[in-house]
Write a protein that binds this ligand. Structure first.
Ligand code: FES
Ligand SMILES: [Fe+2]
Length: 327
């Protein structure tokens, strides 16, 4: 992790629900390593199918529980000496000890655990720097599991050298759409905030696409984009008009200055041939916009008191909402 003295951002990790893996990446009886929240983690799925997230370093003699461990019932057995820990970070068995050592006896927690929910096709871990329990809830996304009407989800991931706050701030940074993304006019959106929830509704007329997927600036189409953010780690966007696309954007702090950004997208199956081409072009545009933002994110320095002008978009308002997630 970057030390505070050479930090480009100086922001702590905000609390919230963060996607730590896609659900289908972890089958019952499997474990895997992960690095998030500035910690080494282990993810495992118990024999009964429940996903669990623990800090990965075994309190016995320090083996990493993400490599070579085995699931035994509802617990995870360390690969080094076989001590077993459940999803609450409680030692459930020391196979060769006559007596449980006092530090793990009587159901004492000996490994930090993270509350887990599974929805919208992902495993979400609750992070709070002081270990407080969940302070809000996230919501399922019906389209992501509806194979009848919606396509198989496409997952794209980027590792970005900037904190999670930057990814959301980008969307309200109106002026950069022209300079970085070459999009001339971004219409204003109707933004509402209510506690951890932030909703933005944008109605726009936007350039259409030609049959070959290139943008057609001469033909405009109506689009509606509704964005719902639930805390810092969950952003759902519904793009409606001509081709319907649902995109779940997840941002997960690897550490205070590094983020895993993930787009999970599905498109409506009820779509014309041209609509299909447009949907592909739209998805490529969304991905290429991230690639255009990355060089800025990877080198920028966070301005706590930026000089803003009237055309900048609601950056200050976004920061005020986001600041509630810094404990
Ligand atoms: S290091 Fe894990 S059981 Fe010994
Ligand atoms: Fe951008």
């Amino acid at each position: 992790m970057t030390s505070m003295t050479d930090s480009r951002f100086n922001l702590p990790i905000p609390y919230g629900w963060y996607a730590v893996a896609m659900s289908n990446a972890l089958k019952a009886g499997e474990s895997m390593p992960a690095s998030y929240f500035g910690e080494e983690l282990v993810l495992f799925r118990t024999q009964s199918g429940k996903a669990k997230v623990l800090n990965a370093i075994c309190p016995h003699l320090g083996a990493h529980l993400g490599y070579g461990s085995s699931v035994k019932g509802e617990s995870l057995a360390c690969p080094f000496h076989g001590w077993e820990f459940n999803g609450d970070g409680i030692c459930t068995d020391v196979p060769y000890a006559q007596q449980m050592p006092p530090r793990v006896a009587d159901g004492k927690q000996c490994i930090r655990n993270y509350p887990v929910v599974e929805m919208a096709g992902a495993i979400w871990a609750w992070y709070h720097p002081e270990g407080a329990g969940p302070l809000f809830e996230i919501e399922d996304v019906a389209e992501l599991s509806d194979r009848q009407s919606w396509s198989e989800p496409t997952v794209t991931e980027w590792r970005i050298n900037a904190p999670v706050q930057e990814m959301g701030e980008n969307a309200v940074d109106k002026a950069h759409f022209e300079t970085v993304h070459n999009i001339a006019e971004m219409p204003a959106s109707d933004i509402r905030t209510e506690g951890h929830r932030r909703t933005s509704i944008m109605d726009m007329r936007q350039a259409s696409y030609n049959e070959d997927g290139t943008r057609n600036e001469d033909e405009l189409m109506d689009r509606n984009i509704t964005t719902i953010s639930l805390g810092p780690g969950y952003t759902l966007q519904r793009f409606i008009g001509l081709c319907d696309i649902v995109m779940l954007g997840t941002v997960t702090p690897i550490d205070a200055e590094t983020t895993l950004l993930r787009f999970v997208t599905v498109q409506s199956k009820d779509i014309s041939e041209t609509g299909e081409i447009i949907a592909q072009a739209m998805l490529e545009t969304l991905n290429s916009q991230v690639e255009q933002d990355i060089p800025i994110w990877n080198h920028k320095h966070y301005q706590e008191n930026p000089i803003l002008c009237d055309g900048d978009g609601p950056i200050a308002m976004y920061r005020k909402w986001f600041s509630q997630f810094y404990a």
